[in-house]
Design a protein around this ligand. Structure first.
Ligand code: RFL
Ligand code: PHB
Length: 389
């Protein structure tokens, strides 16, 4: 098989890149290790920036997001027993949209199928090869038969644990990492959300987040220990703990019910530089990861593949390598700002194991400043709705 761009990974990043390239007339093949059902079963991101929604529109898959997505003009911060609203729209003229990653992925998968583009699911042992030459290849096995794709470029969109970044020789890559000493325990329940906007809560017992997927489906998270296992968190315990971390009004209004999904995610910040190695590019979680506190991971994958698709369009249409040469620096500039924002939100909202009373007071002072200063709340809003790209 031969294609212009071999994309590794059919998560939201890889699928969006495939549709963007297709819209520019650049043929591509996607290789995915898992089944489509497995990819669709991963409950992850919920919040999309306007720029991400615009990219879905650009590739013609935004209609259902506009119909079913929930547009939010503000967000709430809870601390010291009270809630404070930040008006994102008043500060920036922009909104955010609640539309699950599973829905984004499904819409992109359907569009790819309708366009007749090739996706190889359950591709085993995928290996990017010879990307430091002019003739890169990707090998893989399908139904135990080894296959190879010859291509012009490889796009590593295979997430944090993917093979693409791991295939780069260590001396060519520099990594930056911060591991946080806690995780998030998340549940999904068929219950109406406690509030129509998101609530991020700083509490002496730990962080909590109230979010949603639809008017009848809620998503809640509580900060938990890295040693915790979901078996230790029956639904009753989860709801009790969540209530302890919310204000009285939220407790009174919270509707509980059986969980339909429950999982624990560790939190970390990670960046690998650069994002280009000869004829292989990294995009999305394959090259960086942020803690979910800023809701930036999927949105960064979207801006990366936007930059990359533009660079490749320039290469094929205008015979110019300027875009691909500039891709890494251009993407990393935006990545680091989102890494900073996500680290800052995480630091301000969570209880750290070594945190003393001084640190707790500093967190509350910062939150208080945020909700009482126009400059500070505008700064949060600008980052939360997404910096321009
Ligand atoms: P993905 O989604 O991990 O997809 C990578 C794909 O590559 C496949 N793969 C391979 N394929 C072939 N060969 C191999 N060797 C392969 N290795 C891996 C995988 O099977 C997979 O299908 O990466 P991508 O596309 O870069 O997308 C990144 C996002 O998934 C991620 O950043 C977000 O989920 C992060 N995130 C959030 N982001 C937001 O923008 N807004 C949010 O509200 C938000 N909330 C969250 C989140 C992540 C969370 N967790 C669980 C980490 C909430 C949570 C709890
Ligand atoms: C979610 O809806 O799952 C979600 C929303 C905002 C975040 C993280 C997760 O910051």
């Amino acid at each position: 098989m031969r294609t212009k761009v071999a994309i590794i990974g059919a998560g939201p990043g890889g699928l969006l890149l495939g549709q963007l390239l297709h819209s520019y007339g650049i043929d591509n093949v996607i290789l995915e290790r898992q089944t489509p059902e497995y990819v669709l079963g991963r409950i992850r991101a919920g919040l999309l920036e306007e720029g991400t929604v615009a990219l879905l529109d650009q590739v013609g898959v935004g209609a259902r997001a506009h119909r079913e997505g929930l547009v939010h003009h503000g967000v709430e911060l809870a601390f010291g027993g009270a809630r404070h609203r930040i008006d994102l729209h008043a500060a920036t003229g922009k909104t955010v949209m609640i539309y699950g990653q599973t829905e984004v992925t499904l819409d992109l998968m359907n569009a790819r199928k309708a366009a007749g583009l090739t996706t190889v699911y359950e591709a085993a042992g995928v290996k990017p090869l010879d990307f430091d030459t002019d003739h890169p290849r990707v090998s893989y096995a399908k139904d135990s038969v080894t296959q190879e794709i010859a291509c012009d470029f490889i796009a590593g969109c295979d997430g944090f644990h993917g093979v693409s970044r791991a295939s780069v020789k260590p001396s060519a890559i520099k990594t930056f990492e911060r591991i946080y000493p806690f995780g998030w325990l998340g549940i999904l329940s068929e219950t109406p959300p406690v509030s129509h906007e998101l609530i991020y809560s700083n509490h002496a017992r730990g962080f909590a987040l109230c979010t949603m997927r639809s008017p009848t489906r809620s998503r809640y998270y509580v900060q938990c220990s890295l040693d915790d296992h979901i078996d230790q968190w029956p639904d009753e315990r989860f709801w009790d703990e969540l209530k302890r971390r919310l204000d009285q009004k939220a407790v009174d209004e919270l509707v509980t019910g059986p969980s339909i999904e429950k999982s624990i995610a560790p939190l970390g910040s990670f960046v690998a530089e650069p994002m280009r190695f000869g004829r292989m590019f990294l995009a999305g979680d394959a090259s960086h990861r942020v803690p979910p506190t800023g809701a930036k991971g999927l949105n960064l994958a979207a801006s990366d593949v936007h930059y990359l698709s533009q660079a490749l369009r320039e290469y094929y249409d205008e015979k110019s390598a300027a875009g691909i040469d500039g891709y890494s620096a251009r993407a990393l500039t935006r990545v680091w700002k989102a890494v900073r924002f996500s680290w800052w939100m995480t630091s301000m909202l969570h209880k750290f194991p070594d945190q003393g009373e001084f640190d707790a007071r500093i967190q509350v002072a910062e939150l208080d400043y945020l909700v009482s200063s126009k400059a500070a709340s505008t700064s949060l809003s600008e980052n939360y709705v997404g910096l321009p790209f």
